[in-house]
Design a protein around this ligand. Structure first.
Ligand code: ZN
Ligand code: ZN
Length: 163
């Protein structure tokens, strides 16, 4: 849970800034996202309206290749810019998030959204992934399966008989 207490920052003058270095191991964000790690720096600024959170985070998620269906590690960086306002102001604003009653900002959801938005639509384990054989399901990255025999150019077959 990425939750940062901002009680003291809110008592400091506008423009005051806090930096937080993140170096988290495997972490769950919401119901549908699990990351292998989450690293980077968050800058929290006390503004005239609330708290501005800015950050650049690097993370790694496990995706499934759309061609060969194998899981693979995908590393990505995301930029985060999020405004947190006191609850009534956040409700009026519509886009900002609200500061929790205990004077903290919960970053799980904005980080989760930033990562989900940055994931590729079609995830490939590598650009030239050869996928699965449509006949037998063999992962063609690991080797040929033998189903392709009939596809071989007849001229090559002649060559093969000579060998
Ligand atoms: Zn693949
Ligand atoms: Zn096959």
């Amino acid at each position: 849970m990425m939750r940062i207490n901002i009680s003291r920052l809110l008592q400091e003058p506008w423009g005051s800034l806090r930096k937080y270095d993140l170096d988290e191991g495997s972490l769950r964000l919401g119901d549908d996202l699990e990351v292998d790690f989450l690293r980077g720096t968050l800058r929290l600024t006390h503004t005239n309206e609330g708290i501005l959170v800015q950050g650049k985070l690097t993370t790694q998620v496990t995706l499934e290749c759309v061609r060969c269906l194998e899981p693979f590690a995908y590393r990505l960086s995301v930029n985060l810019t999020e405004r947190f306002l006191p609850a009534p102001a956040a409700a009026r604003d519509g886009e900002a998030l609200s500061i929790s009653n205990d004077n903290s900002v919960d970053l799980d959801e904005p980080i989760r959204e930033a990562i989900l938005l940055a994931l590729p639509m079609r995830s490939l384990c590598r650009p030239d992934c050869r996928g699965l054989c449509p006949e037998c399901g063999q992962n063609l990255n690991l080797g040929q399966c033998g189903c392709q025999k009939e596809d071989i150019d007849p001229r090559l077959d002649v060559l093969r008989q000579l060998l």
